[in-house]
Design a protein around this ligand. Structure first.
Ligand SMILES: NC(=O)c1ccc[n+]([C@@H]2O[C@H](COP(=O)([O-])OP(=O)(O)OC[C@H]3O[C@@H](n4cnc5c(N)ncnc54)[C@H](OP(=O)(O)O)[C@@H]3O)[C@@H](O)[C@H]2O)c1
Length: 262
């Protein structure tokens, strides 16, 4: 299936690793040029080299911290310099911490919202004129915890629920301006982030890591954790003109772990 992404320009936050990297690989394989945004320059450079080599597409980088307004402005500036246009915005960078509620002070909560909530808001707002001009698309990679609160993942759940609400409202503006907007909610995906989260949650519950992982997988009912490329395939479809009638949707790509309908 041709996703009709050839010669489109995409910006992927958190594009150096994990889900973001897999999304960048997939979009580039579909013929898009990509700007990868994350903090670590070396990993960005390595990923950009590898994605460009595999796809033959142009892959640029911007090393910036998206937790601040200045950091987001740097990403917007880099896009302007590198491409001067934008068809696809993938908001994906998130690093919300798991842990015991009573051990997480305001600074930890603020840090979680700074990157994943305000980062998504700021980039969507700043890049909207370009997306409107291109009649493009936004995919916000959020997370199944938006619907399923967890005592050991309160910040992530709250951030994700806020992002889901924001995405739905932004989709209303998208109807007006011709920009497709959707939320993609992964369940657990095998990335550095999942490894860190499982470590934090196992510690919060006082269980050995392997035992905790077994317990969580069994409780979810999933056959296996997702692979980044499985999430990337769903993101690429939502970024594609082919899915234009999917709008303002909360798409769950979670191996069936979410049991509710609302
Ligand atoms: N993996 C899962 O199980 C899972 C489940 C549900 C939802 N999600 C969501 O999916 C998204 C991607 O997760 P992942 O598992 O792929 O994470 P990951 O492997 O840890 O990758 C995170 C990416 O974000 C970048 N990043 C982190 N902090 C940043 C900052 N302050 N400014 C700019 N970039 C930053 C990282 O690069 P640097 O560290 O170099 O900045 C990296 O490129 C997140 O929003 C996460 O909440 C993941």
């Amino acid at each position: 299936m041709d996703l009709q992404l050839k010669d489109k320009v995409a910006l992927v936050t958190g594009g150096s690793k994990g889900i973001g990297r897999a999304v960048a690989e997939r979009l580039a394989a579909e013929g898009a040029d990509v700007l990868l945004v994350a903090r670590g320059k070396e990993v960005l450079e390595k990923t950009a080299r590898e994605v460009a080599k595999a796809s033959g597409r142009r892959v640029e980088i911007c090393a910036t911290d998206l937790r601040s307004a200045q950091g987001c402005a740097a990403a917007v500036g880099a896009l302007g310099q590198a491409f001067g246009r934008l068809d696809v915005l993938i908001n994906n960078a998130g690093a919300t911490q798991s842990g015991d509620f009573f051990q997480q002070d305001d600074a930890v909560w603020e840090d979680g919202f700074a990157l994943k909530f305000y980062g998504y808001v700021r980039l969507s707002r700043a890049l909207w004129p370009l997306l409107k001009a291109a009649q493009g698309s936004v995919v916000n990679v959020i997370g199944a915890a938006s619907k399923t609160p967890n005592v050991n993942f309160m910040i992530g759940g709250a951030v994700n629920a806020a992002c889901a609400n924001f995405t739905k409202a932004l989709a209303g503006l998208g109807l007006r301006d011709g920009v497709q907007v959707n939320a993609l909610h992964p369940g657990p995906v095998v990335t550095d982030r999942l490894n860190a989260l499982l470590d934090q949650r196992a510690k919060a519950e006082g269980l050995p890591r392997a035992d905790y992982e077994k317990k969580e997988l069994a409780a979810s009912g999933m056959r296996a954790y997702s692979k980044p490329e499985e999430i990337a395939a769903a993101v690429a479809f939502l970024a594609s003109p082919l899915s234009r009638q999917v709008h303002g949707a909360d798409v769950f790509c979670d191996g069936g772990s979410t049991k509710t309908i609302l």
